[in-house]
Design a protein around this ligand. Structure first.
Ligand code: NAD
Length: 261
């Protein structure tokens, strides 16, 4: 139980990678605060399932990560209830695939707000509490696109590179306060976010959905396999642990060899 008596807040944890990380933390004994969108009854069942399966406290906050005021309120409420947040995972994210001249400006703004600015807003509120307790773990779920680009993903590639920069800066500012900051750069994981972009990529490239999976997504990954949620969550558990105290400012690929090209 590496995370017993710790509290972790995972943004965007009603689905996919975030949910996998929240459940992995709970398995290690952490209380968790879930966040994200979805059907209220389904979210309640996820929340109650974590408490039942792992015997920890699980809370849910539906704050919209594109809204700084809502983020601040969520963070303050969580800190008040648990006395602090030990592990913050900035994971909420959206994607949009389109050639740059057709890229809707409103989508650009939304991706910037949810995938990048939200990580600043969560961090700035939790930072004093982490400093006071001389312990903090900030884990930013970025992407292989923090290291390399792909066409038709201008906003996503720009913001994930931005997340890498924020991560390094936080690592330097937190180094003498027991706070680490790292970014996980996942390759393709078959979550709803990736499932949704398959038809858009097919349209942008004029190919079929099957060709997108084989020739675009998995072509990038030498393993020819999707990365799994559990593989990403296992790294997050390590980064959250005491053992990772000297691992900070890193931008770690979990991408089946994609960025080794
Ligand atoms: P997903 O669509 O399954 O999950 C996204 C989560 O973010 C959901 O819980 C959703 O409700 C939440 N969310 C979206 N907009 C929100 C908002 N405005 N406020 C609050 N919550 C919001 O996607 P996923 O694949 O699990 O993605 C999680 C993160 O991992 C994203 O940041 C994504 O960019 C990143 N990532 C995914 C992949 C992949 O291949 N799936 C690869 C690299 C990085």
């Amino acid at each position: 139980m590496h995370l017993k008596n710790k509290t972790a807040l995972v943004t965007g944890s009603t689905s996919g990678i975030g949910l996998g990380i929240a459940r992995a933390f709970a398995r290690e004994g952490a209380n968790v605060i879930l966040n994200g969108f979805g059907d209220a009854a389904e979210i309640e069942s996820l929340r109650a399932g974590i408490e039942h399966d792992f015997g920890v406290k699980a809370r849910y906050d539906g704050a919209d990560m594109s809204k700084p005021d809502a983020i601040e309120a969520m963070m303050k409420k969580a800190i008040a209830e648990f006395g602090g947040i030990d592990v913050l995972v900035n994971n909420a994210g959206i994607q949009h695939v389109a050639p740059v001249e057709e890229f809707p400006p409103a989508k650009w703004d939304a991706i910037l707000a949810i995938n990048l600015s939200a990580a600043f807003h969560t961090t700035r509120v939790v930072w004093p509490a982490m400093k006071a307790r001389k312990f903090g773990r900030i884990i930013n779920v970025a992407s292989a696109h923090a290291l390399v680009a792909s066409p038709f993903k201008s906003a996503y590639v720009a913001v994930t590179h931005g997340v890498a920069g924020l991560t390094k800066t936080l690592a330097l500012e937190g180094a003498e306060h027991g706070i680490t900051a790292n970014a996980i750069c996942a390759g393709y994981v078959l979550t709803p976010l990736v499932e949704k972009q398959i038809p858009d990529t097919a349209k942008a490239r004029g190919i079929s959905n099957e060709q997108v999976i084989r020739d675009v997504l998995l072509a990038a990954q030498p393993t020819k396999q999707f990365v799994t949620v559990d593989q990403v969550a296992a790294l997050a558990v390590y980064l959250a642990s005491e053992a990772a105290a000297s691992t900070t400012g890193t931008i770690i690929p979990v991408d089946g060899g994609w960025t080794a090209h």
